[in-house]
Ligand binder design. Structure first.
Ligand code: SF4
Length: 328
């Protein structure tokens, strides 16, 4: 789908990749990384620096080229995912959940680039939930969003206290915490008139979730790129679903996003996820196709070779029919 570069070093997407955008050709200019040195930067003391960083004002040409290529790849993947699953469509008003981590910053950044390039209108608003974690450096995120002139809203909900009170000692908070956060996002989307909620999950999140469900929950399921909520009121989208975590981490570093610490909830290191991450890394080191195969498996499902309850019932049906016939 990625075709020859345009004059400014960008890429050109042709009609086959652009059905949802209603245009024959879409040019994605190169992502400017020359501003890296003046982007916000989180200092160790939690202060957001906005001036040029000493010694960082002129990134090397190699680093710049590398960054631009990476930016084009990520934007191309996001466009492709949008085309494949109808993630961003004309008239959408998207709530972009932003946590202050590398994934959500990257998502926000790429969506703005996409917005400037597609020949239709869509809008978005960044929403952060301040969950009441002690020491949460909200001013850093707020400073960044203001400086970058993103439309945004900060929702204050003390889920931290709720989770601390409800989860027994020694158990991880993440499951309840995520459910509470999801509920707040749905409520906020309704209030802000957003028809979609964009989350920053990437390709590796999806394959890890698949394995976690297989190994620890006895289920074959992962995270879909597009999911309609049970009540049909919301569509959750994951525009980074084709992008590798490694690329996102590198892009976030090149763009110098002011990443917030993620252990404020009391270092709730999700041990199962870490274990699965490690397992995939080890297997991938032995066979470089492992990550790709896991991801491909998400779209290569053969229900006829599984054991779903309905298939079991259908498989036994002829016997029952025979029994009924012979009894009559
Ligand atoms: S790591 Fe902390 S903030 Fe994140 S989901 Fe788990 S409990 Fe919530």
């Amino acid at each position: 789908m990625l075709l020859p570069q345009s004059a400014d070093g960008g890429i050109t997407l042709r009609s086959s990749a652009l059905e949802p955008f209603g245009s024959a050709v879409l040019v994605l200019p190169a992502v400017p990384l020359s501003t890296v040195a003046s982007r916000p930067h989180l200092q160790e003391n939690g202060t957001l620096m906005t001036q040029a960083l000493p010694g960082a004002s002129t990134p090397s040409a190699a680093a710049r080229d590398d960054g631009q290529q990476l930016g084009r790849r990520l934007l191309g993947q996001l466009s492709q995912a949008s085309r494949d699953y109808g993630l961003i469509e004309p008239g959408d008003h998207v709530l972009v959940a932003i946590s202050g981590g590398k994934d959500s910053y990257t998502l926000l950044d790429l969506l703005r680039q996409l917005q400037a390039r597609v020949p239709f209108q869509f809008s978005f608003v960044a929403v952060n939930i301040d969950q009441g974690h002690p020491g949460y450096p909200l001013h850093v995120l707020r400073g960044y969003l203001e400086q970058e002139q993103y439309p945004f809203e900060i929702v204050q909900e003390d889920t931290y206290s709720v989770v601390k009170a409800k989860v027994p000692e020694g158990k991880t908070y993440c499951s309840l915490c995520s459910r509470l956060r999801r509920g707040i996002l749905y409520t906020t989307a309704r209030r802000l008139g957003c028809n979609k909620i964009a989350l920053g999950h990437h390709r590796d999140d999806m394959t890890e979730t698949l394995l976690m469900n297989l190994l620890y929950a006895g289920q074959i399921k992962a995270m879909p790129p597009r999911l309609v909520s049970d009540d049909g009121a919301h569509i959750v989208i994951r525009p980074l679903c084709y992008s590798a975590e490694e690329d996102i981490a590198r892009y976030a570093a090149l763009r110098a996003f002011p990443i917030l610490p993620c252990d404020l909830c009391g270092s709730q290191d999700n041990l199962k996820r870490q274990r699965v991450k490690q397992l995939i890394s080890e297997l991938h080191a032995e066979n470089p196709h492992v990550r790709g195969n896991l991801f491909a498996a998400l779209g290569n499902v053969r229900p006829s070779h599984l054991f779903p309850a309905r298939a079991r019932a259908e498989a036994t049906l002829p016997d029952r029919r025979l029994r009924v016939v012979s009894e009559s």
